[in-house]
Design a protein around this ligand. Structure first.
Ligand SMILES: [Zn+2]
Length: 269
């Protein structure tokens, strides 16, 4: 599933492609629910004639700011974006093509069809109730500690709660908890300030490393790398019984808040 680093890599790719300043000239949608929308295009037909002013992101939500309104793009489980020249072949699972005034098109590829693209009046529609972005430079360790230590739930669930902070997914949560040696089931309000500070620094470090990894492994069209949980940017193997990368003890797994956590019973307390 695309997480914060993948979405930030997409945002930077769209900027590099020079999409800011371009105007949409045509919408071509093949999408669940499209047939039910009043315009038969998923409500996206008013995009035509609107110009892109900027690309923002909060957590996994990508937001194209337009001269009027905003276009929210959420990649769901398998979504990815590509900017195509007229001669470029379309994505295999193309769900949406937004044609631009320079003859290129922005395509959405999505095998599972869980991505969401919506036109709204303001960005708050997409970010309401969402906590600060995990990589926002203005989001300090002190703010992280204040938000997290107010929670009595297991730390793993708190890290995944997008209302506390936006952008830490399941795999990254397991990874950072292993690195700082905190058990995923430990109650957030029982963790010392010093360890929470270290946890915050580790989250930033792990997400930034993942972003650097993605940006240094583009596909052959120069588009952002599509994620693979098996790649070597992660330390923790997601298999019960696999060896802990730090001490070789067999890893355990358990469900916390409905999500599977992998952890080392020796390293994490
Ligand atoms: Zn270990």
């Amino acid at each position: 599933m695309p997480e914060l680093p993948e979405i930030e890599a997409l945002r930077r790719y769209l900027l590099r492609q020079g999409l800011v300043g371009r105007t949409f000239v045509e919408v071509d949608a093949e999408w669940p629910g499209v047939e039910d929308s009043t315009d038969g295009m998923g409500g996206l037909s008013p995009l035509v004639g609107r110009r892109i002013k900027a690309f923002g992101r909060q957590g996994k939500q990508l937001i194209a700011k337009l001269d009027t309104g905003v276009l929210g793009l959420h990649m769901g489980m398998t979504g990815r974006l590509g900017v195509m020249a007229p001669e470029d072949e379309s994505f295999r699972y193309r769900r949406l093509a937004l044609y631009l005034d320079d003859e290129r098109r922005l395509e959405l590829d999505d095998v599972r069809r869980w991505a969401m693209v919506r036109l709204e009046n303001d960005a708050e529609t997409f970010t309401a109730g969402m906590g600060p972005d995990a990589l926002d430079p203005d989001f300090t360790s002190a703010q992280f500690i204040e938000r997290v230590s107010a929670k009595r739930s297991p730390i793993k669930s708190v890290l995944l709660d997008q209302k506390v902070l936006a952008g830490v997914g399941n795999i990254y949560a397991d990874e950072v908890l292993l690195i700082v040696g905190v058990s995923p089931s430990r109650r957030a309000d029982k963790i010392s300030t010093r360890r929470l500070e270290s946890l915050h620094n580790t989250i930033v470090g792990v997400l930034e490393n993942a972003l650097a990894f993605i940006e240094s492994h583009p596909d052959d069209q120069g588009r952002p790398y599509v994620i693979d949980t098996q790649d070597d940017r992660m330390q923790i193997p997601r298999k019960p019984g696999a060896a802990c990368p730090q001490c070789e003890t067999a890893l355990k797994s358990k469900k916390i808040g409905g999500r599977t956590a992998y952890y080392c019973p020796s390293c994490q307390h």
